[in-house]
Design a binder for this molecule. Structure first.
Ligand code: B12
Ligand code: SF4
Length: 498
């Protein structure tokens, strides 16, 4: 049997849960695995792969000498890097088969097969073992569920297997190991980059019950239609085992991030979790929430257990945008009620995410966002993003149907270079003066010191000089969130090294 290692590569992401789960799975089947985390995560200004980074990659592949290379193609935003790496592999190691997997590959197998030899759609744990067995032993690929591949007669897309309902079967990702490399900023280091981190990331579940039009969750759900429950939870015991191991291996560990799309609101799960987490882990933790999943009793007990931060997507204060454009079902009163619960339960840090200044939004919509923010219970922080059109999401089709953008424009937007996509992520800049004005007031509504100023200007919105003055004040106030961010980050680091 071919005993060459399998090499997995993640992009702009040194945590990469997906590849870490695959590593676990392949190792349990007896394969040696190496991981290269190619470039670090940077949500503000990610840069593309440099020549030096690609030659470091080439040297690492030479050294590892893998029999199969798997690329984790989670997001279309980083396709530029994926293509650069794929073509470096193909031009230097043409005999090594290349496999793509991850969210983007799941939704666009044909497109990915223009570059890759194989694509695995959906959950990869079982399929990657079967594919490796087949490649290493010259077996046929036809029966491998989730696999897409090229044959002489064209592209074959096998059916997906039913979703694994017992997530504990997958175990949890290995932490540490000399089989891992991190290439970033023109340097390579050996070892798991997460070992020096002050935070540890994990998911206690998979899947989300909602159907937001700008998100791939609903599309993934469609891929798995009729293939078993989509939202699944790990047992509390499995989560505790993972966290205990993280605590013993990450010497600077200070905070835990749950990357569940929406943190559990299952009563029995929360009950067991809160008792055991406090006793066995006892570290501050953060979760992602949803206005319709905020339950007073659960939040209260999570805060008593160490919950220090909730990030909750609201996305727009306009009921029209939320319902008709974003397909979100919560009403203004649900959002306000959720914010009151979070404030009354004294969650130390509450962050609301909005997607503003996109082509669907009118001045009235963004004004409603400001107005909603005035009704949210302080203290809170705001993350004001733009809207990224992600390939395959329902909002792309909607934009064409509503004549907001043409298919050609959207293609250009969705497949533009990494930096252009990120610029859009932080908002379209060519909006009207009134849009800029309500955006500025929304921004100011998050700080106690500028909230009254915003309220004053909201009453003067019919006066052009007042609008202009508000925009100047916003520019002055703009660094406030950066200062707050650096302060909070500094505090975490200080605590970590105390
Ligand atoms: C946690 C999370 C994050 C985390 C970590 C991301 C990560 N890559 O680990 C953070 C907060 C950092 C993040 C950032 C971003 N994210 Co995000 N994120 C998620 C989320 C909620 C869960 C991902 C996860 O860890 N799942 C659990 C693991 C076990 O599953 P998995 O990663 O899917 O891996 C399985 C399969 O996909 C497959 N697989 C994965 N890789 C490979 C490789 C091979 C070779 C094979 C065979 C199989 C395979 O097998 C794995 C095991 O079953 C998803 C939503 C979702 N439903 O996937 C969005 C999601 C992936 N994110 C998304 C986006 C857009 C981003 C950002 C670009 C946002 C931004 N503008 O900065 C960045 C990009 C980060 C990056 N480099 O990938 C989009 C991607 C869609 C798209 N078409 O672009 C998603 C789908 C959400 C959405 N809005 O639709 N994200
Ligand atoms: S709630 Fe979040 S993860 Fe779920 S569909 Fe909406 S955006 Fe996607």
């Amino acid at each position: 049997m071919n005993k060459k290692p399998v090499l997995l590569i993640s992009f702009h992401n040194q945590k990469a849960l997906g590849v870490r789960y695959l590593e676990k799975s392949l190792k349990s089947a007896g394969y040696e695995v190496n991981i290269i985390f190619f470039k670090g995560f940077n949500s503000v200004k990610p840069d593309s792969a440099s020549k030096e980074e690609l030659s470091l990659l080439k040297a690492a592949i030479d050294k590892i000498n893998p029999g199969l290379i798997g690329l984790s193609v989670m997001t279309s935003l980083y396709l530029e890097t994926v293509y650069a790496v794929n073509s470096a592999i193909k031009s230097n190691f043409n005999n090594i088969p290349v496999l793509w997997g991850g969210v983007y590959a799941t939704l666009f197998p044909e497109k990915c097969l223009e570059q890759a030899d194989f694509v695995i759609r959906g959950e990869g744990e079982h399929a990657i073992i079967e594919l490796t067995d087949a490649i290493y032993n010259n077996l046929p690929f036809d029966g491998i569920k989730n696999l897409a591949f090229k044959k002489q007669e064209g592209i074959i897309i096998n059916e997906v297997r039913a979703l694994c309902q017992n997530l504990d079967e997958f175990g949890y990702p290995e932490i540490g190991g000399d089989n891992k490399y991190y290439i970033n900023n023109d340097k390579i280091s050996q070892g798991d980059p997460q070992l020096n981190s002050v935070s540890f990331e994990l998911t206690a579940s998979r899947g989300c019950p909602f159907v937001c039009s700008y998100c791939c969750s609903v599309n993934l759900h469609r891929v798995y239609k009729g293939m078993g429950g989509y939202v699944r939870f790990r047992s509390v015991s499995s989560v505790m085992d993972e966290l205990r191991e993280a605590k013993s291996k990450l010497k600077n560990l200070k905070v835990v991030h749950f990357w569940d799309e929406i943190f559990s609101d299952d009563e029995n799960w929360i009950h067991e979790f809160t008792i055991r987490y406090k006793r066995e882990i006892n570290l501050p933790f953060e979760i992602w929430g949803h206005p319709l999943k905020v339950n007073r009793a659960f939040i209260k007990s999570l805060v008593d257990t160490g919950l220090y931060k909730v990030v909750m997507g609201i996305q727009s204060g306009s009921p029209r945008v939320r319902k008709e454009i974003f397909h979100r079902v919560e009403k203004q009163e649900d959002i306000i009620n959720a914010s009151r619960i979070l404030a009354e339960c004294r969650v130390p840090q509450v962050i609301y995410d909005f997607m503003l200044q996109h082509p669907f939004e009118t001045d009235k919509d963004i004004r409603q966002t400001y107005e909603l923010c005035t009704q949210l219970a302080p203290p809170f922080e705001l993350q004001l993003h733009g809207l990224n059109f992600l390939p395959g999401t329902d909002i792309v089709e909607k934009a064409v149907k509503m004549n907001i953008l043409s298919s050609e424009d959207l293609e250009k937007i969705m497949y533009s270079p990494i930096q252009d996509q990120y610029n859009m992520y932080w908002g379209y800049k060519n909006t009207s003066m009134m849009s800029k004005f309500w955006y500025a007031l929304t921004y100011m509504s998050q700080f106690g010191i500028t909230r009254p100023v915003a309220r004053y200007f909201a009453n003067t919105h019919k006066s052009t000089p007042a609008v202009k003055l508000a925009l100047i004040l916003y520019k002055i106030a703009r660094p406030l969130s950066r200062v707050r961010y650096l302060y909070k980050k500094g505090m975490i680091v200080l605590k970590a090294f105390r």
